[in-house]
Design a protein around this ligand. Structure first.
Ligand code: B16
Ligand code: MG
Length: 216
């Protein structure tokens, strides 16, 4: 029985994607590595170090693991500066209404994000007290498309995987939800993903609470 929704954070509830792009772009420009919005699309839902590896495919010189750590840290410094200026305006269309409707129907909610900055982001947008559980990049070893972050979110809510629906904007995240044995609503950049069970451009375009109640 469907009892809970696990939200991805970046690109589903909040729009941090441009800040990720700007921070990677600054680091890549400093290093003389070609980087554009097309390459940036491949980083959606992917962990920080795996994102760096994708960016380094275009690098002309090899980097040691120490240097790679420095590049990732440098990017994160730029990113944290950007998200510290962020507020409620970063919340995506339909997110607050969907959360309110789910709460009203007594449906549990969690975060399942690859980001190690998830707690900061939730605080910045005033959502730090909203969720029954937060599973993020700080608590897991294998990032999406591995199912770990969603399985952890379900475990933290004391629910089996099959009782949870994931909302994702990344193909890697849709894959992760399926690998976890969960249903998935694909939104935003993943809205066309045919592996997902439900599709919507934004959370504004679907009544998720109603859909879940119908499954119960
Ligand atoms: P950080 P999500 C993901 O968040 C982003 O989509 C992805 O672009 C980013 O590289 C990843 O978090 C790691 O973020 O560097 O802050 O740990 O979409 O899973 O909420
Ligand atoms: Mg995302």
């Amino acid at each position: 029985m469907m009892k809970a929704v696990i939200f991805d954070l970046d690109g589903v509830l909040v729009t941090t994607d441009n800040s990720h792009y700007l921070a990677w772009k600054q680091m890549a420009d400093e290093e003389g590595i070609p980087f554009d919005r097309e390459i940036n699309e491949r980083l959606r839902g992917v962990s920080r170090m795996e994102s760096l590896e994708i960016i380094l495919e275009k690098a002309v010189k090899p980097y040691t693991s120490e240097q790679k750590n420095e590049l990732a840290q440098r990017k994160n410094g730029y990113y944290v500066q950007l998200i510290q200026q962020m507020g409620e305006e970063a919340i995506l269309p339909g997110a607050l209404d969907t959360i309110a409707q789910l709460k009203e129907k007594g449906i549990k909610m969690a975060i399942g994000s690859s980001s190690k900055n998830a707690p900061t982001i939730l605080k910045q947008v005033g959502m730090d007290k909203v969720f029954d559980a937060v599973a993020d990049g700080n608590q897991i070893k294998n990032s999406k498309p591995a199912p770990d972050v969603f399985l952890l979110a379900a475990e933290l809510m004391n629910l089996p995987a099959e009782d949870c629906l994931v909302v994702e904007d990344a193909d890697a995240g849709v894959e992760a939800a399926i690998n976890a044995g969960m249903k998935v609503l694909a939104v935003g950049f993943a809205a066309g993903n045919q592996k997902a069970h439900l599709h919507a451009d934004t959370l504004k375009d679907i009544n998720l609470a109603e859909w879940i109640v119908k499954q119960q």
